[in-house]
Design a protein around this ligand. Structure first.
Ligand SMILES: [Zn+2]
Ligand SMILES: [Zn+2]
Length: 257
C-alpha cells in the first residue's frame, strides 16, 4: 500500500478527532485590569499582595490573564467564569505541574481591585488579546495510540505496521521510508492557542487532578517565544490545564526536549 493511499484512508480517523482551537489576536500594550492579555499588570483584590513564588519568594510575572466571560461563544462556561490568571516564576523555571513555583487560578473581577503601578512588578511587554481566530486542531502523534491509530515501529527491521480499527486499516510491515509518518496524519498546531490539542514533545503529560485523579484538560498552550519573549527550558511548550470537574484546580506544566 502506498503512503498516499494510507493517508487517504486515515482522513476519516483524522476528521473524527477534529477540535477547534483559537489563536489570539493581539495589540501591543496593557488593555486594563480585567482584559485578556499576555503579561502586564494583573487584576488583584484590594490589599492583596502581589503573588510570589512559593519556593524562592521572587515576584512572579503574569504570563496570561484570560477574561473567561469574554471568550469565543463556544467556550463560554467551559473553563468557569471570571479571570483566569497564570503567574510563573522565571527564576525557578520548573517544568513540573502542580508546584508552588507557579500560580494558576480563577478570580472574580472586583470593583475595588487595585490599580498597581507597573514599574514595581516584573512584566514582559504586555499584549492585549483583542480577538480570536478559530482554526481546526488535531492530536499530536503522542496521543494517536490511545485514540485508536497505532504505528507499530520495528526499528531493527526498519519497518512499521499501521493499524486503525475505525477505518478498518491494518497494513503489512512497511519499509519506514515508504510509509507515511504519524505527523503527516495529524498533529497539534504549535504556538499560543486556546483549547484544542496540546503539542507534546516527549509524550503525553496531562496532569491528574489532585482531588479526583481525573485527567486535566488543556485550557491554553503557551509556546516558547510566541507572544511572550520567553523560552521554556530548551524550546519547551507550556500548557495550562484544568480539572474538568473542579474548575478551580488549574496548573501549568511544560514539555521540553
Ligand atoms: Zn521561584
Ligand atoms: Zn478534579
Amino acid at each position: 500500500m502506498e503512503a498516499k493511499e494510507i493517508l487517504d484512508r486515515l482522513a476519516l480517523w483524522r476528521d473524527a478527532q477534529k477540535r477547534s482551537t483559537w489563536k489570539p489576536i493581539v495589540e501591543e500594550g496593557d488593555g486594563g485590569a480585567d482584559t485578556s492579555k499576555f503579561s502586564g499588570i494583573p487584576s488583584l483584590a484590594e490589599n492583596e499582595p502581589y503573588p510570589r513564588c512559593g519556593t524562592c519568594q521572587a515576584l512572579m510575572p503574569l504570563f496570561l490573564q484570560l477574561n473567561l466571560n469574554q471568550l469565543p461563544e463556544e467556550l463560554l462556561g467551559r473553563f468557569g467564569s471570571g479571570l483566569l490568571q497564570m503567574f510563573y516564576c522565571t527564576d525557578c523555571d520548573s517544568y513540573l505541574p502542580l508546584e508552588n513555583t507557579k500560580l494558576v487560578r480563577l478570580v472574580q473581577p472586583l470593583a475595588g481591585s487595585q490599580s498597581l503601578q507597573g514599574e514595581n512588578y516584573p512584566s514582559f511587554p504586555a499584549k492585549t488579546i483583542v480577538g480570536w481566530t478559530q482554526l481546526d486542531d488535531y492530536p499530536s502523534p503522542e496521543e494517536h495510540n490511545e485514540l485508536g491509530l497505532i504505528f507499530d515501529y520495528d526499528f531493527s527491521a526498519n519497518t512499521v505496521r499501521i493499524e486503525c480499527p475505525l477505518v478498518g486499516l491494518v497494513t503489512e510491515d512497511l519499509a519506514m521510508d515508504s510509509a507515511p509518518e504519524a505527523e503527516e496524519v495529524a498533529t497539534a498546531l504549535p504556538g499560543d492557542k486556546l483549547a484544542g490539542y496540546p503539542g507534546w514533545i516527549q509524550g503525553i503529560e496531562y496532569p491528574e487532578c489532585p482531588q479526583c485523579n481525573r485527567r486535566m484538560e488543556l485550557v491554553f498552550q503557551i509556546d516558547s517565544e510566541d507572544n511572550l519573549p520567553y523560552m521554556f527550558g530548551d524550546v519547551g511548550c507550556g500548557h495550562i490545564t484544568q480539572c474538568p470537574e473542579h474548575k478551580e484546580i488549574l496548573t501549568f506544566g511544560r514539555a521540553c526536549s
